[in-house]
Design a protein around this ligand. Structure first.
Ligand SMILES: Cc1ncc(COP(=O)(O)O)c(C=O)c1O
Length: 403
């Protein structure tokens, strides 16, 4: 007996995005419908940690499932997944969203891998210095620390004030720390600790003027704040579309500026590693991959485009402002997110006394609410976040102030 496709139920569950006219007429109804119809999150779930991992909406899950199912019945020529494909359509779609040429964009498995490829692939000598902030994610600093241990590079960190006075102070701190042996400035466009949005272009421009290579850890950038890579003036940018860009877990991006295509050595290699004509695709010749995940990444980008990146940002930030206001009203919290709207997107951070955190964590766990942090906490908002989720988060926090 021929069994039915596994996908028919999934495909039937995917409906078009709500009409944007509804957004003008009744914004809260629009966002509620978006969450109810487009996401698989149960109604009772307040998902407050989009910063660690985002949520794939239904069209993304359907795209992954569809490709997996089709792949299970295909032969090689119908289902290219050997790891030597150039993935041009996927790269073009991602490049159009990110604002760069697709020839400069490689697809990786995540931002960590992309940053390791840069750190392992640059010719640097013992004594050369890598400068970074004191708040880099371990995925951004690990490979540099490895090269420090293995090749004698020197990793030096620069303290970032929490909160900073303004963005000029951030530029001054990083650029002022550049020394005669500094070769690379490796820093996050949005800090994982507090969600602070760094003045990336100003930093990259000034570093470039001093002959220093820039690697931007953009894991939190695309999908959270609007920007174009080709306006950032960076040499490399690593991305994780599975955080804010609705992609399924396990896909990443690496932007490589033209001059760097020549200077960077591939780390994982197979036959085509010598073919410079492939440009950035030379760095994604890594063996068999999960094409289904890439189909999901494309669906995630189309999902963001369907709502409109500006509207996504507007909603994320509106909810983050609400979170910041609620955090500011609790005297026990030390707010780490500055008031300036340009310095944060959808992440708000604060310090919290340890016993309060312990009680809060217990209450959140009882509601299966995903929170992030310890005595330094970070709350994340996205389009699936409801205003009542933010309110509930702070209500639980308020109740945790006394035992
Ligand atoms: C700033 C930053 N960089 C890198 C990463 C690692 O991302 P991935 O797991 O996609 O490599 C994270 C994850 O939280 C992060 O916050």
């Amino acid at each position: 007996m021929k069994r039915r496709s596994l996908l028919s139920a999934m495909a039937a569950a995917v409906v078009p995005l709500p009409d944007l006219k509804l957004l003008d007429a009744a914004p809260e109804t629009y966002w509620k419908r978006l969450r109810d119809e487009q996401f698989l999150l149960p109604d009772w779930r307040a998902y407050m940690n989009n910063g660690s991992l985002g949520v794939a909406p239904r069209p993304v899950v359907a795209a992954v499932a569809e490709y997996l199912e089709r792949g299970a019945g295909m032969i090689g020529s119908e289902y290219p997944r050997w790891g030597y494909e150039l993935m041009e359509s996927h790269r073009k779609e991602a490049a159009a969203y990110l604002g760069c040429a697709f020839e400069n964009l490689a697809i990786t498995h995540n931002a960590t891998e992309a940053m390791s490829m840069v750190a392992q692939g640059l010719d640097l000598a013992s004594g050369d210095e890598i400068l970074m902030t004191d708040q880099e994610h371990t995925g951004g600093k690990g490979a540099w620390l490895l090269r420090q241990a293995r090749h004698g590079l020197r990793v030096r960190t620069v303290e970032i004030p929490m909160p900073p006075k303004d963005s000029a102070q951030l530029v001054d701190r990083l650029i002022g720390a550049i020394g005669p042996r500094t070769r690379v400035l490796s820093f996050s466009g949005i800090l994982t600790t507090t969600g602070l949005v760094m003045p990336v272009r100003e930093i990259c421009r000034a570093a470039r003027a001093k002959g220093v290579i820039t690697l931007v850890d953009g894991a939190h950038m695309h999908g959270q704040i609007p920007f174009r890579i080709d306006e950032l003036e960076c040499d490399f940018l690593a991305g994780s579309p599975h955080k804010w860009l609705f992609a399924p877990p396990g896909c990443g991006l690496l932007y490589i500026r033209d001059e760097m295509l020549e200077r960077l050595w591939p780390t994982v290699t197979t036959e085509a590693w010598t073919n410079r004509g492939l440009k950035a695709a030379r760095f994604m010749q890594v063996g068999t991959n999960s094409r289904a995940v890439l189909e999901g990444m494309g669906a995630g980008i189309r999902f963001a485009q369907g709502i409109g990146p500006g509207r996504v940002y507007g909603r994320i930030h509106e909810l983050a402002r609400r979170a910041r206001g609620l955090a500011a009203a609790i005297p026990e919290l030390e707010l780490l997110t500055p008031e300036d709207d340009g310095l944060y997107g959808g992440l708000v951070a604060f310090r919290i006394p340890k016993p309060v955190f312990a009680r809060f964590a217990e209450k959140a766990a009882a509601e299966k609410m995903w929170i992030y942090g310890s005595d330094l906490m970070r709350i994340a908002t996205h389009v699936h976040t409801r205003p009542q989720d933010v309110d509930r988060f702070f209500a639980l926090l308020g109740e945790s102030r006394s035992a």
